[in-house]
Write a protein that binds this ligand. Structure first.
Ligand SMILES: [Zn+2]
Length: 194
């Protein structure tokens, strides 16, 4: 019997509970004794290297990968589901690999930031979203006004980070907040219509 695969994407800004939602779906699969393989990019070592960890310290063991094609050797034909956290930090081939897993009948569940601190599409996420069968967009709460937040605000020394900051900052002393589109600030950003 042919198995049907799918691509599910959990996206939204920081502090929206994306990893929590990912962990919830992992737990459901584990209760059903499904064979699940978990990955995350090595760049994200905020807490521990070989776990997917949410901000409130729930976690699941996973394989930390440097490039997306490392996933191929871990995903054999007996795998039911592949889970990938922080998808936006992987290369563009990660999308093609997710498609190939889905075509092999595997359920792919990916979580990532849909937009960067400039509020622009993040790296490989637009392509992943175009190929997704199911998209869950989560919102956080704006720290300024309390409305639903869809944007990730980068702060440097307590001030909004300028547009010309790099998309990915590793090891810098930056911090992040969730904000709504009205309260989101990117000094130097030119909006096409306003
Ligand atoms: Zn706001």
């Amino acid at each position: 019997m042919k198995k049907f695969g799918s691509i599910e994407v959990i996206c939204g800004p920081m502090f929206a509970g994306k990893t929590e939602e990912l962990l919830r779906r992992i737990r459901r699969l584990e209760y059903a004794h499904k064979h699940v393989v978990l990955f995350k990019p090595l760049i994200d070592d905020r807490y521990e290297k070989s776990y997917i960890v949410s901000h409130n310290h729930n976690k699941a063991m996973c394989v930390a990968i440097k490039t997306s094609n490392e996933m191929l050797k871990y995903v054999k034909d007996d795998v039911d589901a592949v889970v990938i956290d922080e998808f936006q930090f992987l290369d563009d081939d990660a999308v093609d690999i997710a498609i190939s897993f889905s075509r092999r009948g595997i359920r792919v569940i990916a979580s990532g930031l849909d937009r960067d601190f400039r509020d622009e599409p993040f790296n490989n996420m637009p392509r992943l979203l175009a190929h997704a069968d199911l998209v869950t967009k989560l919102t956080a709460i704006c720290v300024k006004c309390g409305e639903p937040a869809t944007c990730t605000q980068r702060m440097i020394d307590g001030k909004p980070a300028p547009y010309n900051n790099p998309q990915i900052l590793v090891g810098a002393s930056e911090s992040y907040e969730a904000r709504c589109a009205t309260c989101h600030e990117v000094p130097g950003k030119i909006y096409k219509y306003e």
